[in-house]
Design a protein. Structure first.
Length: 401
């Protein structure tokens, strides 16, 4: 007599991985018809120069690209990323094309982290970081930033140094930073590199907002070139997040480890999109149309940032200063409607009914809650100008008695 076997269950690493908060609140926006100021992608169509490159890429091949990436894209990336490394890059050995920065980050963490290794993460942090570290078998350790007197989020390098233990393997740095929009000062960047060198840590820099900084930024890689991988994104650079073309650059031995993981994840990246990105990046830095479109993009983002910041302040929220990227991190503790809700998640769940707007709760960017945390909400100013204006109008209306 036989008996039915037990049903299979997911592996622990999958069962413990929650749905990303962005998918949840995107559905909420669709279901309620609320203005979506949560998810970070532009409403605007791509610039004409970007679409021209995509149109030409239709004739550039439609079969598998080589594992490292199309040669033309590798050469363009070696040139365009050299300033972020402070040196020339070998396009064949020090550049790897990935399916967006997300796969680049996951491949890098999987390549460098063994089970039980600790990874230092600057908090608040992009919610994918802790999940990726855990999937790689590592342990995420948060190092918190704080808001300084000038209204900017700042990082004390001494906190990073104090978090290093015998099990620490890697330092993950996002600069320019999501969700706060801060750009780390040069002295902090140099101190982080020195801490990693002294402790023998690898460094992964999430650099996707490098071309979206409104103030000068200091690349970390030149201060620790032998141990630093830099992850970039065409989607963020050119405002085409759906293209999912990213890259990892750095020393050849570390890039080789990333490539070894990448080959078993996706093997290659969409060939036509690689052709289009190669054409655009080949022009970066020559003072032509691509540089002009990036300058225009930054100017538009600054304008929307200022409009959203003014609107949030007018509604009674307190946004921190953002010097880069797509987002404002705003303290909702003093916003009158917030008093009715137990925490930031409850507030964001109700926000479509309260104000007709979707935002992301700040606690989603924490590895573990902090008792002294204010009710931070993340708002996206990268959306279309009309979307930002309507979101501001609704938030202000919700404040009125």
């Amino acid at each position: 007599m036989s008996s039915a076997g037990t049903r299979p269950t997911p592996a622990g690493r999958a069962a413990g991985s929650e749905e990303t908060v962005f998918a949840r609140y995107a559905r909420l926006a669709v279901r309620t018809g609320a203005v979506n100021l949560g998810q970070g992608f532009p409403d605007d169509p791509p610039p004409p120069r970007v679409l021209e490159a995509l149109d030409r890429a239709r004739g550039g091949g439609h079969q598998y690209a080589p594992l490292p990436g199309l040669p033309a894209l590798l050469v363009a990336l070696a040139r365009s990323e050299a300033p972020r490394h402070g040196r020339r890059l070998d396009p064949e050995r020090e550049v790897q094309v990935t399916v967006g920065a997300t796969e680049g980050l996951f491949a890098a963490l999987s390549a460098l982290v063994d089970p039980g290794d600790e990874v230092l993460v600057v908090e608040p942090c992009y919610d994918a970081y802790p999940a990726m570290i855990r999937l790689a078998g590592g342990v995420p350790i948060g190092v918190p930033m704080d808001v300084d007197a000038a209204g900017r989020w700042s990082l004390d390098p001494d906190r990073v140094a104090a978090a290093v233990t015998a099990r620490t393997r890697l330092l993950l740095v996002n600069d320019p930073h999501n969700p706060t929009g801060t750009v780390l000062p040069a002295d902090v960047v140099i101190a982080l590199a020195a801490i990693a060198r002294g402790a023998g840590l690898a460094i992964v820099v999430d650099d996707v907002y490098a071309q979206l900084a409104f103030v000068p930024s200091t690349p970390l890689a030149p201060h620790a070139p032998e141990r630093t991988l830099v992850v970039g994104s065409a989607g963020k650079t050119f405002g085409v997040t759906g293209w999912k073309v990213g890259w990892v650059t750095g020393p050849d031995d570390l890039v080789a480890a990333v490539r070894a993981v990448h080959q078993w994840l996706t093997f290659t990246v969409a060939t036509p999109l690689q052709h289009a990105v190669a054409e655009l990046l080949a022009e970066l830095g020559d003072g032509g149309a691509v540089d002009a479109l990036l300058a225009d993009q930054r100017a538009a983002l600054r304008t929307r940032r200022d409009a959203l910041a003014d609107g949030l302040r007018g509604a009674g929220l307190a946004p921190a200063q953002a010097d880069a990227g797509y987002f404002l991190f705003a303290d909702a503790s003093g916003w009158p409607p917030a008093a009715r809700f137990a925490d930031d998640r409850a507030l964001c769940d109700a926000l479509p009914d309260v104000a007709g707007v979707v935002a992301i709760p700040g606690s989603a960017f924490r590895i573990a809650p902090r008792a002294d945390d204010a009710r931070w909400l993340r708002f996206a100013f990268c959306r279309g100008a009309e979307t930002v204006r309507e979101g501001v109008r609704r938030l202000r209306a919700a404040t009125r008695p």
